[in-house]
Design a protein around this ligand. Sequence first.
Ligand code: HEM
Length: 124
Amino acid sequence: MDELNVYALIGEEGFTRLIAAFYRQVPADEILGQMYPRDDLAGAEERLRDFLIGRFGGPQRYVERRGHPRLRARHMPFRVDRAARDRWMALMEHAFAEAALPAEAEVFLREFLSQMATFMINHE
Ligand code: HEM
């Protein structure tokens, strides 16, 4: 599957649904709830959504607003250990279940996000 097709397949609406479902779970989560900015959860939601939209063939809003992603560096202020990584993916799995995206898009995104989440680990 060509990467461009994820955006063609699910559009802004699909990414919005998925990432909104992810962030709805964040405040109550005992690991991630403390990490994300409570007063700017909507902003955090927008940053992740726009990053993924740009990464998968949609408008480049994230890069226009935030510059080069440098995601590993941007996660350094946060303690991302294996437990945080696994919890992040667990919340994303719930979001996938809720968003009910076309299966091929879900499989592709899951693989990408899982690898990226492992790459973000910066603490034992
Ligand atoms: C491994 C577990 C992860 C944890 C615990 C985590 C945690 C965080 C936190 C606390 C923030 C700050 C929220 C904000 O103000 O934007 C953030 C930002 C962000 N995260 Fe993650 N993250 C994880 C994995 C990922 C993955 C897998 C991706 C993408 C594939 C990602 C993409 C982003 C992006 C795009 C931002 C905004 C960066 C910026 O422009 O400042 N994160 N993350």
